[in-house]
Design a protein around this ligand. Structure first.
Ligand code: ATP
Length: 439
């Protein structure tokens, strides 16, 4: 018999079906047994009258919650049943995998253990309905991102993650043994996205792993995360990159809301708001003044950068003034930006760059890149870099490279914002941090 998904049971009233899933609840009563069985599409009640077969009733009594089962039975309409107003009258049950009892914790139990313990048992933690929904949302979001880009002439690339030279700074690099020499894990696809511009691809995107040897223990940092990157040619400034990003994000939000909005409200108690266009833009110099006027003191060592508290304060200002969850902070000082960000022709202390803050959290850095090799080399030297290790990169710009720009976005940070969650460890399939390498 073919498997029927639980969501489709209503189309099979009066028929015999086979369902497969996990035993969420077993109510073993005097005469009847009720099993709540769950698959990824929903949960259904299965009933068995003990008088039908005493031996089978005994086997059912021995089932443990979260066991993996295959059940056959006939589907009957029963408006009294809370789960979908129907019930399966059990005929056979096959135990595919009996769950040990007790479990480390019950994903559908009444109490939820601490996050760290749940991470130890992530395979069980992921069974929770919140997590199932979260990764369905992520799937929809990634598909929408891709759809938007494919419809807009973008080409997907996959760049190497084993590299010889850092693309950002040396500070957050993981070193690996590579035969008889050292290599590094890529902390962004930056150089290679730009190579695709030189190659004439004009518009590219990449979903890929990003590695950062950052020893911090914050609620928004991981040592490995999924980066969503794009790069486009023939831009006039970072404004063109922001316009592309806001249209893209609006499309993704609309799609996720259409498909999952109600469930997100129900499971996370969070209302997704599809952002209106254009997103507000605030130059950094102005943002610093706004923070001052609101009594927010930026740490003195920030050199024109903004700290997480400042990001939240600016988000509060933007919400009050523009009723918007997103804000582009633009035109950052060169001291806090990498050498490849293009500088303002009329103010060389500033870069043509931006960060996108969503609900008070930084989710993106973007910029126009410097595509003129002599200026690029000069900026690299100014930042204290040696030219020899990045010569291959500088070569990209020697034989006809269009002006270009792009951005990098952290997928799990976007999920935090979309679902209103406050810890990145809840929004990533498996967390990697300074002290976590398992499971
Ligand atoms: P932050 O200031 O929060 O450390 P960053 O300025 O180092 O971030 P970028 O190098 O600009 O970040 O990376 C682009 C995007 O990648 C960020 O906006 C963020 O969404 C994501 N990101 C960066 N570092 C991490 C990390 N350690 N863990 C998860 N996501 C990250």
């Amino acid at each position: 018999m073919e498997r029927t998904l639980i969501a489709d049971l209503r189309q099979h009233i009066g028929e015999e079906v086979k369902i497969q899933g996990w035993l969420q609840v077993l109510r073993d009563q005097k005469k009847m047994q009720f099993l709540v069985v769950r698959d990824t599409t929903g949960a259904a009640q299965v009933a068995f009258w003990k008088g039908n077969d005493a031996a089978l009733a005994e086997r059912i009594s021995a089932l443990t919650t979260e066991s993996a089962l295959t059940i056959t039975g006939s589907v009957v309409d029963n408006p009294v049943v809370k789960l979908g107003g129907l019930e399966i009258q059990l005929q056979t049950v096959e135990v595919n995998n009996l769950a040990e009892n007790p479990m480390p914790f019950e994903p559908y139990g009444d109490t939820l253990p601490q996050l760290d313990f749940r991470q130890d048992w992530r395979s069980i933690d992921l069974r929770r309905k919140e997590n199932l929904l979260l990764f369905q949302v992520q799937t929809t979001a990634e598909a929408a991102m891709r759809e938007f880009w494919v419809n807009n002439r973008f080409i997907e690339i996959h760049t190497p993650k084993i590299i010889s030279t850092p693309s950002e700074s040396g500070a957050e690099l993981f070193t690996i043994d590579y035969f008889d020499r050292k290599a590094y894990l890529a902390q962004s696809p930056q150089f290679y996205k730009q190579m695709a511009m030189s190659a004439g691809f004009e518009r590219v995107f990449e979903f890929g792993p990003v590695f950062r040897a950052d020893p911090s223990f914050t609620s928004r940092h991981m040592t490995e995360f999924t980066g969503v990157d794009m790069e486009i040619s023939w831009v006039e400034s970072h404004e063109d990159v922001m316009v592309m990003q806001e249209r893209w994000l609006q499309f993704v939000y609309q799609r996720v809301k259409d498909v999952h909005g109600e469930q997100i409200q129900e499971v996370f108690g969070h209302e997704m708001i599809v952002p209106s266009l254009p997103f507000p833009r605030i130059p950094m110099a102005e943002a610093v003044e706004i923070l001052k006027s609101r009594g927010y003191q930026l740490p003195a060592d920030k050199k024109g950068d903004i700290d997480p508290g400042g990001e939240r304060e600016i988000a509060a200002y933007v919400m009050e003034k523009y009723n918007h969850e997103f804000v582009f902070l633009t035109d950052w000082p060169i001291a806090v930006r990498p050498f490849y960000h293009m500088r303002h022709p009329d103010n060389p202390g500033l870069t043509r760059s931006y960060d996108l803050i969503a609900c008070g959290l930084e989710i993106t850095t973007g910029a126009q890149r410097e595509h003129r090799p002599d200026i690029l080399a000069k900026q690299a030297l100014e930042k204290g870099l040696h030219l020899e290790p990045i010569q291959f990169y500088l070569d990209f710009f020697r034989y006809g490279c269009p002006p270009h720009g792009g951005f990098g976005l952290g997928l799990s940070r976007l999920l935090m914002v979309m679902l209103g969650l406050n810890n990145i460890r809840e929004t990533v399939f498996l967390f990697r941090g300074p002290t976590r390498l398992t499971p």
